[in-house]
Ligand binder design. Structure first.
Ligand code: SF4
Length: 977
């Protein structure tokens, strides 16, 4: 508040200084933006000049709004989805206020109100900030020189269209690279329209989950899916909450109240984090685990539970693979192909302890019936050739693995005392419902998959999945019908055509294996290549490309990833050997553009690869940029990538267009944002931009007489009807976003995601509407639970209650992965491995997290937010480390390793562990000296094992299993600058 008061004083002084009462002031936002042309242009968008004699006039009239609409913020402030009231007058948004209209879902469980955070509370300031883009711009100096000229939309679209066509003609359609982030992620606008256009042209869309490393590898490997989440009010039902790799008080502000409420309700909250962070101080217990050693801690707790037989044996036998038999000679599961001449490679076996014989583990149900699987012992199996082998349940191998994790040994690895480990293990075993609050920090560690598998093991041993108040989280974006922007035709007709095509493919898949569940079929249907190796015709397939191959061939990462000293020291073979094998055996067509097909055009929408890519500021500018003939960015503000582009197109912001926040079951409501005001300057909603671009591409293609062309997969494209196709036969044109939003609501009703008779009018009236079902897409079905109107959402209940198999190779929660590479890595079971020395042999581990003041970079230079912290990037380090290096509070330091270095000011804080330094991310490179951000010192390694595929759940589907760059635990040294 003090900062706001300060801002007001400044404004008053400004007005006095410019003539006070005599000043005729065009209506601008209250505050320091008073004379900015952008804001004035915004007011002018209404066609009238509104004259206010003094600022007091504005103040007096501010309660009389022209319009109060619903709004939200379309960024990936996961889970976001906060509904706000947006107040506008004379074509300008003045303020927003939390709408707080979420109904209580279940008696006795607190409601979600009031959802919101301080970033949302000042978005109206971001709209009129000095970084806002208002007009199409063309570079007139060198890339990155900051010299621009304003151009017309027609010229801008022509130049972008020519860039796209040049790429197709010179390098093939794959040489168009579409990169997008979560900076502006609506479902009607944002990156979605570009997605549609690039797909229609055959370009390469990089998988955005890999760009952000937000795929939970460990959950994917264990459950065959990661998109199963509970609603945040379900957290309340846990009696033990472990906050592990999450800091909700800082980064999940709208949800953090549930932690306090859990404690009010008698629950116990534990924070497991290297630093004493803002969530730790609200917990009952804080465990300052050493960074990157969480796997050791989790496995030590598992060891206590196993040693003391505190585990839930019936859950383990029924729901997990721990009772499946493994051959002790090959360490592979016993399969039907071992026992019979002809058989299935994914038919596995139990030893029935009552019948004393080996029996098939059902592939169609988890129900054990009369089978009594043994968890322990060794047995003999007779193979098809008559020979005998020894087999043992996977649980026996797990017990062997856990021998290394007695609490005293694990204590030396993770820094938590043996007695505390034992106490917490007992608490987990005794609690009725344990929930791990996990964020997206884990996958960003090199061995994050191992940590996550160990954490999941702890919950599985104690039966903490598939019941209210239990489990751990991934991310989820369902059930809004994202089929709408990818279908060919508008209306019911388009929906039916979509459904028919999908249904046909689903039937084909099901016919091949009738034991597959609806969820498995949905996953296979959406895979980029179906199980016969063909490119699937399902509209959701082929949407994205794993970016690893693009980085390797075209952005200079080959040399980095091949440095053995920065890799896992346990990697048995050189990185390139794995790369070649993986490409040949499993990834094939998914690796594009090919090695000999350099990228020619980069289209960046609602993201910033130069800010976000690990090692990006160095690698991309040096290796990728020179190959690109055209770089175009669509953004609401001048990001670092926009700054280094050739053409910049201004997009409308969140209160300037109709859209929905991409939904998640964490919140479970469709959250609407309305067009409160016209976009300022000449900015436009993305649907309009890309519809117009499709028209321009079609025009230019005709002029060039560009006929039919093919991509490397032999798919054929034509551009002479592009606008007609893009606009769904002309039914959803550039100005028709209302229609598209209506269509999306209607399609969601059709798939059972919203109540009958819901339409856009109702959504507009209410702002939020609770979803009623999981929808039809795999991501929705991954939640595997029935949505009930008066109950919180607890995932995986279908597996537990209906005994529905999991979408893994063994059809169970799978802790033993007998993929040849996992066996080679010694990672067939969860194990603790410390982070490799990424960056060189340096003593400090650099870790990161979202900063409180800018969960997304969109707010990173917002003035009010800069007032809430030091106003610049800051590196936090422990007083002991600082003293040893002669560094004092506020000093500028150089952070370096063998990859590169950057400068930053530091904060000396005892909340940080010795040996660890923290830099919160989402700062723009231009906030650092010489524009060298922290990413400059992060080599962006990928874990070789994540290239493994061709095995049940270890197969690519968009947003799922694929290699991704990591950053947590980069080795650095720090010196006073
Ligand atoms: Fe909610 Fe995200 Fe907006 Fe904050 S920025 S209020 S978390 S939607």
């Amino acid at each position: 508040m003090r900062q706001l008061a300060k801002a007001r004083v400044s404004r008053r002084r400004f007005l006095q200084g410019t003539g006070g009462a005599a000043l005729a002031l065009s209506l601008t936002r209250l505050g320091y933006q008073a004379a900015r042309p952008g804001a004035i242009a915004s007011a002018q968008a209404t066609g009238e000049e509104v004259v206010y004699r003094t600022w007091e006039d504005v103040y007096r009239k501010k309660w009389r709004w022209d319009k109060v609409t619903y709004g939200t913020h379309l960024v990936d402030c996961y889970p976001g989805s906060c509904s706000w009231r947006v107040y506008s007058k004379d074509g300008v948004v003045w303020r927003e206020e939390q709408a707080a209209q979420y109904p209580q879902i279940e008696d006795g469980v607190p409601d979600m109100n009031p959802r919101g955070c301080q970033k949302g509370g000042c978005f109206s300031d971001v709209m009129y900030g000095s970084e806002r883009l208002l007009y199409p711009l063309k570079r007139v100096g060198e890339r990155g020189s900051g010299r621009w000229k304003r151009i017309s939309w027609d010229q801008a679209l022509t130049e972008v269209a020519d860039g796209l066509l040049d790429a197709i003609q010179e390098g093939g359609p794959e040489s168009i690279i579409f990169e997008f982030g979560s900076g502006e992620g609506g479902t009607v606008n944002g990156s979605v329209p570009a997605w549609r256009l690039i797909r229609l042209m055959g370009g390469t869309t990089l998988d955005n989950n890999a760009l952000t490393t937000d795929y939970n590898f460990g959950l994917g490997a264990t459950f065959g899916k990661y998109a199963f989440v509970s609603s945040v009010d379900d957290w309340y039902k846990a009696d033990l909450v472990l906050i592990w790799h999450m800091n909700p008080v800082m980064t999940r502000i709208p949800c953090a109240h549930y932690l306090t409420e859990v404690r009010y309700g008698g629950g116990y909250v534990v924070s497991i984090a290297p630093d004493l962070n803002p969530s730790s101080i609200h917990a009952d217990l804080h465990l300052p685990v050493k960074a990157g050693t969480d796997g050791a801690l989790a496995l030590a707790m598992c060891r206590v539970i196993v040693d003391e037989e505190l585990y839930d044996a019936s859950f383990m036998k029924e729901q997990t693979d721990l009772a499946l038999l493994v051959r002790t000679d090959s360490h592979r599961f016993l399969r039907q192909t071992d026992l019979e001449e002809k058989g299935l490679d994914d038919q596995f076996y139990f030893f029935d302890s009552e019948k004393r014989e080996i029996v098939k583990a059902s592939r169609s149900t988890l129900r054990l019936g009369k089978v009594k699987p043994a968890l322990e012992g060794t047995y003999k199996a007779t193979l098809a050739d008559g020979s005998e082998v020894e087999v043992t349940p996977a649980f026996e191998l797990l017990k062997e693995r856990l021998r290394d994790y007695d609490p005293a040994s694990a204590s030396r690895m993770c820094g938590i005392s043996a007695s505390v480990i034992k106490d917490l293990a007992h608490r987990v075993a005794k609690a009725k419902r344990v929930h791990i609050l996990e964020g997206f920090n884990v996958p960003k560690y090199y061995h994050g998959d191992l940590m996550e598998r160990a954490m999941a093991l702890l919950l599985a041993l104690t039966g903490n999945f598939g019941r209210p108040g239990t489990g751990m989280r991934g991310a989820n974006t369902s059930p809004l019908a994202i089929l709408t922007p990818v279908k060919d035709k508008a209306g019911l007709e388009g929906f039916l055509e979509f459904a028919q095509n999908a249904g046909k493919l689903q039937r084909e898949i099901k016919d091949r294996d009738p034991t597959m569940t609806e969820e498995m079929v949905a996953i296979e249907t959406e895979r980029d290549e179906d199980i016969q190796g063909r490119i699937s015709k399902h509209p959701m397939s082929g949407l994205m490309t794993p970016p690893m191959f693009f980085w390797y061939w075209h952005a200079g990462y080959k040399d980095i990833w091949n440095r053995p000293e920065w890799n896992d020291p346990n990697m048995p073979r050189p990185f390139d050997e794995y790369f070649r094998e993986a490409l040949e055996k499993w990834w094939g067509d998914l690796a594009r553009p090919a090695e000999n097909q350099p990228p020619r055009m980069l289209l960046e929408v609602a993201g910033s690869c130069l800010r976000r890519t690990r090692g990006g500021p160095k690698q991309l500018l040096e290796h990728l940029w020179p190959k690109l003939k055209t770089i175009a960015t669509v953004e609401i503000r001048m990001s670092t990538t926009a700054h280094f582009s050739d053409i910049v197109l201004p997009a409308a912001a969140f209160y300037e267009k109709v859209d929905f926040r991409f939904p998640t079951w964490h919140v479970g409501f469709l959250t609407f944002t309305d067009k409160a005001v016209e976009p300022p300057g000449e900015s436009k909603p993305e649907w309009e931009i890309f519809a117009l671009l499709s028209k321009k591409v079609e025009e230019q293609a005709r002029q060039r007489e560009l006929g039919e062309y093919k991509d490397a997969r032999d798919q054929t494209f034509r551009l002479d009807d592009l606008y007609h196709i893009f606009t769904m036969e002309g039914r959803i044109k550039e100005g028709d976003q209302e229609k598209l939003a209506e269509e999306m609501v209607a399609d969601t009703v059709r798939v059972g995601g919203l109540p009958e008779r819901t339409d856009l009018k109702k959504v507009r009236e209410k702002g939020v509407i609770r979803f009623t079902g999981l929808g039809s897409e795999a991501g929705g079905l991954n939640v595997a639970t029935t949505i009930r109107p008066n109950e919180t959402v607890s995932p995986l209940r279908w597996h537990r209650e209906r005994k529905m198999p999991y979408p893994t190779l063994t059809r169970r929660i799978q802790f033993y992965i007998d993929h040849e590479w996992f066996l080679e890595a010694g990672e067939e079971l969860p194990v603790h491995k410390p982070p490799p020395k990424m960056g060189g042999d340096y003593p400090l581990l650099m870790v990161s997290a979202h900063q409180r003041s800018s969960i997304h970079s969109i707010w990173t230079v917002q003035r009010l937010m800069l007032y809430t912290h030091r106003g610049r990037p800051t590196l936090y380090l422990n007083p002991k480390d600082a003293e040893e290096r002669g560094i004092a509070e506020g000093d500028e330091v150089r952070v370096y390793n063998d990859f590169d270095s950057f400068h930053v000011h530091c904060a000396v804080s005892a909340a940080v562990q010795p040996g660890e330094v923290i830099i919160y991310h989402a700062f723009e490179p231009y906030q650092f000296r010489n524009w060298k951000s922290y990413d400059t010192a992060i080599p962006g390694m990928v874990k070789w094992l994540h290239m493994a595929a061709g095995y049940g759940q270890l197969n690519y589907k968009h947003w799922n299993w694929q290699p991704m760059q990591v950053d947590r635990g980069t080795a650095v040294e720090v010196e006073k600058a």
